[in-house]
Design a protein around this ligand. Structure first.
Ligand SMILES: CC(C)(COP(=O)(O)OP(=O)(O)OC[C@H]1O[C@@H](n2cnc3c(N)ncnc32)[C@H](O)[C@@H]1OP(=O)(O)O)[C@@H](O)C(=O)NCCC(=O)NCCS
Length: 258
């Protein structure tokens, strides 16, 4: 069932921490007391986030696992977001969505007037309004591996070579390899990436799919992934798209329900 995420409580102003603490709260915790400049910084950050969240909520986004029927939208989304050498090819999408589509997730909107690059390939929503389409705004594409971090072999797909079996998805693996997190450029910076990643991690944890999630990231996105609980395990050995990646890993709590 699509899940309308507009009402995520944690992102509303109501759910935010108080800016000013009472004297009782501050007493004995002088080390944590914020000065005026820090308070102002936090206030500005929260105000900016509130704006981003309301722009996200206008879309009534919902998340769903992906299947082979989403391949054309995934390709368009990847073309719009990644430089050519970092994109997932059609062959890789076909392999990943065919073999383990349930490990991948999309964030969608069903607005009828969407100008998204993926609007043309969107599928009708099963509702009383035939014009409503399920438009892909962002995706996470993943497989599993028996390795502890993402390797070039995990990112490859089986071919005709003799050692082909070491490539691609490993059903028995306990590490989720996140190959791609992407949000269409005109929908970025409004919390869709965060909503998608949080929904994804919650799903794989509650379904006991793996013990950890791993991805490779360029240094500029390390702080972003740290906000989801990933930790930087140092330079990756991956040579994919010229290298220069860092291994990010998040230990999961399989079976955990929010
Ligand atoms: C990374 C990405 C998925 C984030 O999606 P999003 O919906 O914009 O994410 P959110 O709104 O939840 O968070 C935005 C935050 O991400 C971080 N961020 C996004 N792009 C960034 C970049 N290029 N450099 C540094 N930080 C970045 C910032 O902290 C940003 O905060 P801001 O909005 O206050 O500037 C999106 O920017 C994207 O698709 N980028 C291109 C593809 C990519 O690089 N994917 C990651 C590698 S697999």
């Amino acid at each position: 069932m699509p899940r309308d995420l507009a009402a995520l409580k944690e992102d509303t102003l109501q759910g935010m921490p108080q800016l000013t603490k009472s004297p009782e709260e501050v007493e004995g915790r002088q080390d944590q007391k914020m000065d005026a400049a820090d308070e102002l910084k936090l206030f500005r950050h929260m105000r900016a986030n509130a704006g981003n969240n309301s722009k996200r909520d206008e879309l009534h986004p919902y998340t769903q696992t992906l299947s082979l029927s989403d391949i054309e939208s995934c390709i368009l989304l990847e073309e719009a977001t990644f430089p050519e050498n970092e994109r997932c090819t059609r062959e890789k999408f076909d392999y990943r969505l065919r073999h383990c589509g349930e490990l991948s997730m999309g964030i969608f909107t069903s607005l009828t007037d969407s100008d998204a690059a993926t609007a043309a390939t969107s599928a009708p929503v099963y509702s009383g309004a035939p014009k409503r389409k399920s438009v892909l705004l962002g995706h996470i594409i993943a497989t599993k591996t028996t390795n502890m971090t993402v390797t070039d072999d995990d990112m490859a797909i089986p071919d005709d070579s003799a050692d082909s079996e070491k490539y691609g998805h490993k059903e028995a693996g306990r590490t989720i390899c996140i190959h791609s997190l992407a949000v269409l450029p005109q929908y970025q910076h409004r919390g869709l990436g965060k909503t998608l990643m949080q929904a994804y991690l919650q799903r794989i944890e509650s379904h006991d799919v793996a013990d950890r999630a791993a991805l490779i990231a360029h240094d500029k996105l390390i702080p972003y992934y740290e906000t989801f609980g990933f930790s930087n395990r140092g330079e990756s050995k991956c040579k994919f798209a010229g290298g220069g990646w860092f291994d990010m890993v998040k230990d999961l709590d399989p079976g955990h329900e929010e």
